[in-house]
Write a protein that binds this ligand. Structure first.
Ligand code: HAM
Length: 428
């Protein structure tokens, strides 16, 4: 085949077999979100660029290096969504969802775009399943969303997902911490990469998640935020841990965990997959973000799970997926009139929730029956002139070979159900 082009690097096609597995996993996450009172929000795939610049922070890898930003034909700068939180905050405010009272609980399952070097679990187009909660300042909310994610992992059969936890404090305690970080890195300036040198004045916290090996090494001995937490942040963090323990959720404290986006305050967390060696998701609190976006001061928190990574983990763990819905009845037909009748009968079966199919490719009878076998039809039926004239046809159980005459006009579904249920009973 001489394709004019292939799918862009860092993207993937989800063929029906893959999509079936994705949907099964998504259903678990959606059900968990619904059990916790979340409603789905769908935001545009592109937004005005400043939404992400302001929301995620200018001095972050995502904003500095990874955004798909372009000018539209009207000369406006727009950006393909690199994450779900900023858009959810904007949509919550723009649609006045807070008017119904707090907490506002939203979930989403959206494609996101980041210009990254593609590798296992790192795509340029990836899907995020995320939740956001607005108007809940209590540590109970932090515990609730973490518990929800852990429960979803368990239901998915992902037993090796951990929980790393930290608090990065509020702007008050972070001021002191920034100063300490800046002093530490300034004293070791010669070892920093160029990007981190430029971050020294603008946002020293970001040096802590630099991927450069020398910066990473240096970051190991840097001051830790938990030593600088104010009394309120310390209390909040203590309560989050207390509630997680009460829920029986194990966690690991990681004072070096700062997350790569600027909006976080207080609790931050990640869900590392031990077998894959990277995080399946992460999140935290962002108590200043709603105000930053132009709303009234409103606490917020949430998490994003990488669906592509979850699917990799499920494959790695050989988690079983439900069987594909097989065709129940295949109606083969000979001649124009019989073909139209087959189309009408399959339509009648569909109205009753029964999977049914007939020929749409103009195949001969033998090829139609071969196709019925290929798609695993449980029952088949042949319609020709005789069947149309008599109004009766032979419905065949494809595995036992047993047949039964059924009406092909009124009463067809009743006859089908009587025969198929009798056959089901025989198989026990
Ligand atoms: P994030 O950690 O940047 O957080 O992304 C969330 C998850 O998306 C990651 O843990 C990872 O599983 C997945 N992910 C990120 N980048 C890629 C990629 N290039 N390829 C495949 N998967 C990827 C956020 O985006 C925050 N908005 C999460 C959040 C919601 N915080 C509060 N609310």
């Amino acid at each position: 085949m001489n394709l004019i082009t292939k799918a862009p690097k860092g993207t993937q096609d989800l063929t029906p077999e893959k999509t079936r597995r994705w949907q099964a996993a998504e259903q678990v996450l959606i059900s968990e979100a619904r059990l916790n009172g979340f409603g789905e929000i769908r935001t545009p795939a592109f937004e005005h660029t400043e939404l992400f610049q302001r929301g995620m922070g200018d001095v972050t890898d995502v904003v500095e290096k990874q955004m798909y930003t372009f000018e539209d034909k009207g000369g406006r700068s727009v950006t393909l969504r690199p994450e779900g939180t900023a858009g959810a905050v904007r949509a919550m405010l723009e649609n006045g969802l807070y008017n119904a009272g707090y907490p506002v609980k939203l979930y989403y399952n959206l494609p996101c775009y980041r210009y990254e070097k593609p590798q296992a679990g790192r795509m340029r187009e990836f899907r995020t399943f995320g939740v956001e909660v607005f108007g809940a300042a209590e540590p109970l909310a932090d515990a609730q969303i973490i518990a929800m994610a852990m429960s979803a992992f368990k239901r998915l059969g992902l037993e090796d997902v951990g929980l790393q936890l930290n608090s990065i404090g509020c702007p008050e305690c972070r001021r002191e911490y920034h100063k300490a970080l800046k002093d530490y890195f300034t004293a070791n300036k010669d070892k920093l990469c160029d990007t981190c040198l430029s971050r020294l004045d603008r946002n020293p916290l970001r040096i802590l998640d630099c991927k450069n090996p020398e910066c990473k090494e240096l970051a190991k001995d840097a001051p830790v935020i938990t030593d600088y937490l104010c009394a309120d942040c310390r209390e909040h963090f203590g309560k989050v841990q207390e509630y997680l323990t009460a829920l029986g959720i194990e966690y690991e404290l990681d004072p070096g965990l700062v997350r790569g986006l600027d909006y976080y305050t207080r609790t931050v967390f990640e869900f590392p997959s031990k077998s894959l060696g990277f995080a399946l998701g992460g999140g935290g609190r962002y108590d200043g973000l709603v105000e930053e976006m132009g709303g009234s001061p409103t606490p917020g928190l949430g998490f994003g799970l990488g669906m592509d990574r979850i699917m990799l983990a499920l494959e790695e763990g050989r988690v079983e997926f439900p069987e594909e819905d097989k065709c129940e009845v295949y109606i083969a037909a000979m001649g124009d009139k019989a073909q139209v009748k087959a189309l009408a009968l399959t339509d009648t079966l569909h109205r009753c929730g029964i999977t049914a199919d007939c020929d749409i490719c103009g195949r001969g009878l033998k090829a139609q029956m071969k196709y019925a076998g290929k798609i695993g039809a449980k029952f088949s039926m042949v319609l020709g002139e005789d069947e149309l004239a008599s109004g009766m046809a032979a419905l065949k159980d494809m595995s036992s070979g047993e047949t039964k005459k059924v009406r092909v006009g009124e009463g067809f579904v009743d006859d089908y159900l009587t025969f198929s249920t009798a056959q089901d009973d025989l198989s026990f």
